[in-house]
Design a binder for this molecule. Structure first.
Ligand code: F6R
Length: 243
C-alpha cells in the first residue's frame, strides 16, 4: 500500500484527480468504480473542471458505484443516485447508460445483487476503484463483521454508520438502516484502488487499516492484500500513523 499525505483536503483531492486523469490519458476506455460521501466531492469537482477544460473526456468511460440505500426512492435528495448526478455525472460527458449505481426496490434483492455483480464482470471489472473509509473502518457498506463478504449484498448499517449518515437527514428515524453494496470481490479485483481519507475523525480507522490486524472487524484492512492501492490522506487523517 502506497501512502501519500497532503497538507489539506484540496491538495489531496487534486492529487487523486491527477492520478485518474493520467490513467485516462493512457486509456480513455476506462471503467471507474465510484464512491459517494463527503470525501470524494473535491475529486469529482477537479475531474469535472478538467472535463470542461477539454483535458479529459468520459465519452468512452463507464462507471459503477459502490452502494445505495434501501428503502428510499431513487430520486430522494439523499439517495446515492441523486448524489452522483448532482456532484459528478451532470457535470461531465458520460454517454447515456454508461453510469451505474446499484439499486434494489427490496422485492428481489438477491436477484438485484447478482445482476450488479454480473454487470461489473461483463464490463471487464473495475480499472480504478475510488474509495472512502467509514469512521468504523468500513469500505463501501462492508461493515465490521465476523467474515468478509465477497459478493454484492444487502448490508445492515452499523450504529456508527447510521449516526454518521444522520447529518444528511432531518431525524435519526429517517436514516436508512440498510443498503445494497458491492462486496470485497469487486473491490479486490479492481486493477487499481485509490482510497481517500480526510479529517481527524478518520484517524483511528486509518491507523487500524494500516497498522492493525487484517480482519473483517476492520473491513478496510483487507486492502493491504491488494497489489495496487494508493492511500491519500490529509494531515489530520494521517496524524496517528507511525512515521
Ligand atoms: C460511499 C461509501 C462509504 C463512504 C464512507 C465515508 O459510497 O461506500 O463507504 O466512502 O462512509 O463517507 P464520507 O466520505 O462521507 O466520510
Amino acid at each position: 500500500m502506497e501512502i501519500k499525505v497532503y497538507k489539506d483536503y484540496q491538495a489531496m483531492s487534486e492529487a487523486a484527480a491527477e492520478m485518474i486523469k493520467n490513467e485516462m490519458k493512457q486509456d480513455n476506455h476506462i471503467v471507474l468504480g465510484l464512491a459517494t460521501g463527503s470525501t470524494p466531492i473535491g475529486l469529482y469537482q477537479k475531474l469535472a473542471e478538467s472535463c470542461a477544460a477539454g483535458e479529459i473526456s468520459f465519452q468512452h468511460a463507464s462507471s459503477y458505484n459502490l452502494d445505495e440505500y434501501v428503502g428510499i426512492p431513487m430520486d430522494h435528495p439523499e439517495s446515492y443516485h441523486t448524489f452522483m448526478n448532482e456532484n459528478f455525472f451532470k457535470h461531465v460527458d458520460f454517454p447515456k447508460g454508461a453510469t451505474h449505481v446499484p439499486w434494489t426496490d427490496g422485492v428481489n434483492p438477491e436477484v438485484d445483487c447478482r445482476a450488479y455483480d454480473e454487470a461489473v464482470q461483463k464490463a471487464g471489472g473495475i480499472d480504478i476503484q475510488v474509495l472512502g473509509i467509514g469512521g468504523n473502518g468500513h469500505i463501501a457498506f462492508n461493515e465490521p463483521d465476523e467474515s468478509f463478504t465477497e459478493e454484492t449484498h444487502i448490508a445492515y448499517l452499523d450504529e456508527r454508520t447510521i449516526q454518521d449518515n444522520s447529518r444528511f437527514f432531518d431525524s435519526m428515524e429517517q436514516v436508512p438502516k440498510s443498503a445494497i453494496t458491492v462486496g470485497m470481490g469487486v473491490i479486490m479485483k479492481a486493477r487499481r484502488v485509490i482510497i481517500l481519507a480526510n479529517g481527524a475523525n478518520k484517524a483511528d480507522a486509518v491507523y487500524k487499516m494500516v497498522h492493525g490486524q487484517i480482519k473483517p472487524q476492520v473491513p478496510a484492512s483487507i486492502l493491504r492484500l491488494h497489489p495496487n492501492v494508493t492511500l491519500l490522506l490529509d494531515e489530520d487523517a494521517a496524524r496517528k500513523l507511525k512515521k
